[in-house]
Design a binder for this molecule. Structure first.
Ligand SMILES: Nc1ncnc2c1ncn2[C@@H]1O[C@H](COP(=O)(O)OP(=O)(O)OP(=O)(O)O)[C@@H](O)[C@H]1O
Ligand SMILES: [Mg+2]
Length: 282
């Protein structure tokens, strides 16, 4: 793990106005868990992400919003080590890092829950929780220890609707599957959990469960970066918003600086004319 520079006294969760432009002007990467500066990614002639600056504070929920094709998945895949950015720099606790592989992301403490969840239907919850960890940290653990750890993790996250940790994942509801995927990320001692559209396929009560789970992660000091097209979910759970438009972050700031109307306006036009919700564009 990288060393952690001493945070400034007023830095925890407090973001200067200047950073609302997404330019990072006036904010130092050492004030944040993860910072991106000038990160770009192109696929051949397609410029999917252009000069992205983003600061992710510790223990807060940051919602990444934007229209289809805005570059959100490209951004999280770059943070998760799936895509190597074409240019730009990433900082983890202010220290420059190269996240060029998913393993590098995992080692830093970044866990990404993709929309398809990457759970194995034919395995039970315990087996899914420990999948891929067998020859690493928990290599010597027996079934009972793994089962107890699974039960404890679900309990810590107040996931109470799962009847048995020995039931196969195929028998779970969408919300329960999402909970297992998140619990799996948490059990890996993640510092940053990234969720791509976690509630897209869920009904009302399951959505409420997942949103509550996201809040619990943040209350445990874990940073969450959540992509969502559902603005009511965003306003229910996020501390901060970052809006992507045509591959750029055009507006970031505390959730209290936005309302649904201004957020929709920025998503669709890249800017907002409303005085209460300034969306400075670089
Ligand atoms: N592997 C790829 N090869 C070529 N172009 C890609 C690739 N992945 C993404 N793109 C392009 O990059 C742009 C951004 O795509 P991305 O998937 O990041 O958007 P998004 O914001 O996640 O959209 P959505 O909300 O629809 O999921 C799009 O124009 C897309 O076509
Ligand atoms: Mg996407």
């Amino acid at each position: 793990m990288t060393s952690t520079p001493e945070p400034k006294s007023d830095s925890a969760g407090v973001v200067s106005d200047a950073s609302r432009s997404g330019s990072g002007v006036g904010s130092s990467p050492s004030d944040f868990l993860l910072s991106l500066r000038g990160v770009s990614k192109s696929f051949g002639a397609v410029q999917a992400m252009t000069n992205v600056d983003l600061d992710i504070p510790e223990g807060q929920v940051t919602a990444l919003i934007g229209d289809n094709g805005a570059g959100k998945s490209t951004l999280i895949k770059s943070i998760s080590g799936i895509w190597a950015p074409s240019s730009g720099t990433m900082y983890w606790h202010g220290k420059e890092v190269n996240i060029h592989t998913p393993r590098a992301a995992t080692e830093l403490g970044i866990a990404t829950v993709y929309q398809d969840l990457a759970l194995c239907d034919n395995l039970d919850i315990v087996q899914n929780m420990f999948l891929g960890m067998e020859d690493t940290k928990f290599g010597l653990l027996d079934e009972i220890t793994m089962e107890l750890a699974t039960v404890q993790t679900l309990k810590d996250l107040a996931v109470s609707t799962v009847k048995s940790v020995r039931q196969r994942v195929e028998s779970l509801s969408g919300g329960q599957r999402q909970a297992v995927a998140v619990a799996r990320a948490v059990m890996r001692e993640s510092k940053l959990v990234i969720l791509d559209e976690p509630t897209a396929a869920l009904g009302v009560s399951q959505t409420a469960q997942v949103l509550a789970l996201i809040k619990r992660l943040a209350s445990r000091g874990i940073s969450v970066l959540v992509i969502s097209h559902n603005l009511s979910d965003v306003f229910a759970v996020a501390d901060r918003i970052a809006v992507m438009y045509l591959g750029s972050i055009v507006s970031t700031g505390p959730i209290t600086d936005y309302d649904t109307t201004s957020a929709v306006e920025i998503i669709t036009t890249g800017t907002s004319l409303r005085a209460t919700s300034p969306a400075p564009v670089k």
